[in-house]
Ligand binder design. Structure first.
Ligand SMILES: NC(=O)c1ccc[n+]([C@@H]2O[C@H](COP(=O)([O-])OP(=O)(O)OC[C@H]3O[C@@H](n4cnc5c(N)ncnc54)[C@H](O)[C@@H]3O)[C@@H](O)[C@H]2O)c1
Length: 305
């Protein structure tokens, strides 16, 4: 009989063959969950990367530790891949409780040099790659709820500091990750009635995605010191959000790295003026400048200045 925070739960993690997704999958399994480990096994820029199956390797690791897992090698940004991902959970374990949307890749360029293909590929894998698994999982949860069976489902989406504040050289990625925040808010509002909670994280960790670009901040410490940038530091919050223990928490965004967890307080109305009639452009400009003078200055875009 599995024991732990997620005993009896079935958890799907996309892009779980490496990096953060792998750490989440192992952490869920350690808390008793049965895990569907999805990974297409692509390179850092999303192009094909040979025949290795990182998902199968993570399944082997989970099984070696006494846990239960199954590999899924489909592309989560296609309808067929997302549908077969949910089907794998249902056919293998008979249920689905938690979906962690995590898969993705980068195609970094300054906007003037950003090709349409690189825009499309990054929007597709992150934004559509969140929407499609969410949609297919939600259809099953709604059917369960309508059949009168209790649902305590959880979705954890993966945004980024780039989505929260923007990041120079990552216009496509920042737009996709900001889109995931909007998707999270709407999904939480729409799906609460079916017993589904939806939250997002903005993580930071040393993975193949970050170890070169941010080499200085991501470096591993000397022996015995706390390895702040280990991806395993992000997973405990994801496991808690994915468990029934997080009951009542939905539509929220958490920044998480090292030993630090921060609730992000997002867009909220600041100083405002209402004339009760249409402004003239010059007039509204003066008012806008006055409002800006008393408004909070936005956080700096990563890499700016
Ligand atoms: N590492 C960080 O500091 C950091 C910071 C902010 C956000 N993120 C986000 O965290 C998530 C995980 O990133 P990571 O750093 O672990 O990167 P990673 O490259 O180590 O892992 C991503 C995995 O996703 C898989 N993948 C890519 N496209 C896929 C698809 N279409 N279908 C299935 N699998 C696919 C890849 O094969 C890879 O194994 C990403 O969404 C990333 O944008 C990471």
């Amino acid at each position: 009989m599995p024991v732990g925070l997620c005993a009896e739960r079935v958890v799907v993690v996309t892009g779980a063959g490496r990096g953060l997704g792998r750490a989440h999958a192992l952490a869920f399994a350690a808390e008793g969950a049965r895990v569907v480990v999805n990974d297409l096994g692509v390179g850092l820029d999303g192009t094909a990367a040979g025949a290795d199956s990182p998902a199968a390797q993570v399944v082997a690791e989970i099984e070696a530790a006494g846990g239960a897992a199954v590999a899924h090698g489909g592309d989560i940004a296609t309808s067929e891949g997302a549908a077969s991902l949910v089907r794998t959970a249902l056919e293998t374990y008979g249920r689905l409780d938690t979906l962690v949307n995590n898969a993705g890749f980068l195609r970094d360029r300054m906007l003037v040099n950003l090709d349409e293909d690189d825009w499309d590929a990054v929007m597709r894998v992150h934004l559509k790659g969140h929407f499609l698994p969410l949609k297919h999982a939600a259809a099953w949860w709604r059917a369960e709820a309508k059949a009168g069976r209790p649902v305590a489902a959880r979705v954890i989406n993966t945004s980024s500091g780039a989505g929260l504040l923007g990041s120079v050289g990552q216009g496509n990625y920042s737009a996709a990750k900001a889109g995931i925040l909007g998707l999270t808010a709407v999904a939480a509002a729409e799906m609460g009635r079916y017993g589904v909670q939806v939250n997002a994280i903005a993580p930071a960790a040393r993975t193949r995605m970050t170890e070169e670009t941010f080499a200085a901040t991501m470096a591993a410490p000397g022996e015995g010191a706390f390895d702040e940038m280990a991806p395993e530091n992000v997973s405990p919050l994801v496991v808690w959000l994915g468990s029934t223990a997080s009951e009542g928490v939905t539509g929220r965004v958490f920044e998480v790295e090292a030993g630090k967890v921060t609730v992000m307080e997002g867009w909220r109305r600041g100083p405002s003026a209402d004339k009760g009639a249409r402004w003239a452009p010059g007039e509204v400009g003066e008012v806008a400048l006055k409002l800006l003078a008393s408004a909070e200055v936005p956080g700096a875009v990563y890499g700016a200045g």
